[in-house]
Design a binder for this molecule. Sequence first.
Ligand code: NAD
Length: 257
Amino acid sequence: MKTVVVTGSTSGIGLAIAEAFAEKANNLVLNGFGEGSEINAIVERLRSISKADVFHHPADMTKPKEISDLIDTAVERFGGVDVVVNNAGIQHVERIEDFPIEKWDQIIAINLSSAFHTMRAVIPSMKERKNGRIINIASAHGLVASPFKCAYVAAKHGILGLTKTAALELAEMGITVNAICPGYVLTPLVEKQIRDTAKARGMSEEHVQKEVILKAQPTREFVQASEVAALAIYLAGNEACQVTGTHISIDGGWTAA
Ligand code: NAD
């Protein structure tokens, strides 16, 4: 039985990844914000799927001490962590000259620095066990830019650099480090982005969804969160032991153009 930590797993892609690992009977450490009753319901549901142990740790991904406590608690409770999925993320859409400084700092902290902090905390125990998988949920925006998303695009490009560096440092330790670059997945993060982009560009939300969001993806379809989760399961498996220091795109053809 493996132990899997998924940051930002109370919603969207992180929740789908947690569900997929639960279906494979892994111990799970959930993280992310939400109402207590909603989080308890998720924990109970995943316990019933997984027959393994599931708990929620409330670490705020902007707080390094809380992030190391998340990893330490998982190691203490389960004797080690096999897989860390760095998934927590937020978005803010605004032109650079109006972009609030605190939003820039928050996005860099949650979408980029938190992955450094989980890695820093988990790598010693993964090295001891000569086993580990680190999966960073980047984005098509780790490879290409869009206007009005300066912090997000910078953080996602940054996480690809962090992924490669960590993979090289850990290549002989039985630990792989990879990124997944999804295109648009219709989660609360994107629903908010549709609203914000509509405001920034003076368009209707329907127009943004059709002509801005799905226009980026040649398939003209959203990626499903469960499809991203399936890639995470692959990267966590033995068959992926030689896949390291790279990214896998799942973006409906977006970055082919
Ligand atoms: P979401 O808003 O549905 O979920 C985000 C999760 O992160 C939630 O569980 C939330 O509570 C958690 N979170 C936010 N701030 C946090 C903090 N400070 N500390 C701890 N947890 C925090 O978003 P999503 O669309 O599922 O996005 C998940 C990841 O996937 C993000 O890294 C995002 O950049 C990436 N991504 C999303 C899309 C997309 O189209 N939805 C595309 C590419 C990449």
